[in-house]
Design a protein around this ligand. Structure first.
Ligand SMILES: C[S@@+](CC[C@H](N)C(=O)[O-])C[C@H]1O[C@@H](n2cnc3c(N)ncnc32)[C@H](O)[C@@H]1O
Length: 277
């Protein structure tokens, strides 16, 4: 059976009503991705006949109606104007993480031969974007999840960066003996009992939850910065975690501590320049 695109759009919109925030827009995005076309095509081909029995389309509609994120259906996510592979093994990159990358780039010059370590590489977006901007930097990117590392590996290979981004499996910095010039992380930072939107249940839970309070991993990373004499540390955090970070850092000597905000003007992270004896 075939249906006109506009009828299919109406039908999918109804299936998504009450599940997602903007059902009409989400139905449009699903169809655009399915057809592998753009929005202009979608608008100008409303009377085209589409096979609405295609198993792939039916599967996408069923899964999207259960609130599975579209990115996990298309295996594609856009971040910092680039396309990355994604699957359920890794967190879907969020636009606010672009700020973390910008904060690092602001502090490293293009010809610096430094070693940057990323903790919690996930899909690889942070190390990859930094490597594209910093051609002389070398990276070690760690994750505790083998599934996340598989996603990162695939993206690193696609961008031709396997010779500059080394992946390691491990808990925080446990797999690293080398000197670290700049530590970067978007760690899990949500409290275990936080009430979250249902679509987040499809993402790896160890990518989201940072402990009972939420900032436990951030504190462990701060301890590592001082134990290993790391000069610079850039870290994403929850919008309400600034006072806790400030409080925790009262125990440590600082050259500077700059907090930054995200697109919605929420506190979203910090860059710390440590003072070591
Ligand atoms: C919030 S996600 C960030 C993923 C990616 N860097 C991004 O920004 O989209 C956090 C990542 O940290 C990893 N992770 C959680 N606990 C960890 C630990 N103790 N040591 C290393 N990685 C960890 C998770 O598997 C997940 O991939």
């Amino acid at each position: 059976m075939s249906k006109r695109l506009k009828e299919l759009h109406d039908e999918i919109t109804e299936r998504l009503r009450g599940v997602v925030e903007s059902p009409r827009r989400e139905a449009e995005l699903l169809l655009i991705a399915y057809l592998e076309k753009d929005q202009l095509y979608f608008i100008t081909h409303q009377d085209d006949l589409i096979d609405d029995n295609d198993p792939r389309l039916l599967e996408w509609i069923v899964k999207r109606s259960a609130n599975v994120p579209l990115e996990y259906l298309t295996n594609c996510v856009s971040f910092y104007s680039r396309e990355f592979y994604i699957d359920e093994g890794a967190l879907i990159p969020r636009p606010e993480t672009e700020h973390l990358i910008d904060e690092v780039l602001r502090r490293v010059s293009i010809d610096e031969e430094i070693r940057i370590v990323e903790v919690g590489v996930g899909s690889g977006i942070i190390s990859i974007m930094l490597a594209l901007h910093l051609p002389k930097a070398r990276f070690i990117a760690v994750d505790i999840s083998p599934r996340a590392l598989a996603v990162a590996r695939r993206n690193i290979e696609t961008f031709g960066l396997s010779d500059r981004i080394e992946l390691r499996e491990g808990d925080l910095l446990s797999s690293i003996d080398e000197k670290i010039d700049f530590l970067v992380s978007n760690p899990p930072y949500i409290a275990h009992d936080a009430q979250l939107e249902s679509n987040l249940s499809f993402e790896p839970q160890n990518a989201l939850f940072g402990g009972e309070i939420g900032d436990e991993i951030i504190q462990r990373l701060l301890d590592e910065v001082y134990a290993r004499q790391i000069s610079l540390f850039a870290c994403e955090m929850g919008f309400d975690q600034k006072p806790k970070v400030q409080e925790y850092l009262k125990n440590f000597a600082l050259q500077s501590l700059d907090f930054y905000t995200d697109y919605a003007s929420f506190d979203r992270g910090f860059v710390l320049k440590a003072l070591h004896e």
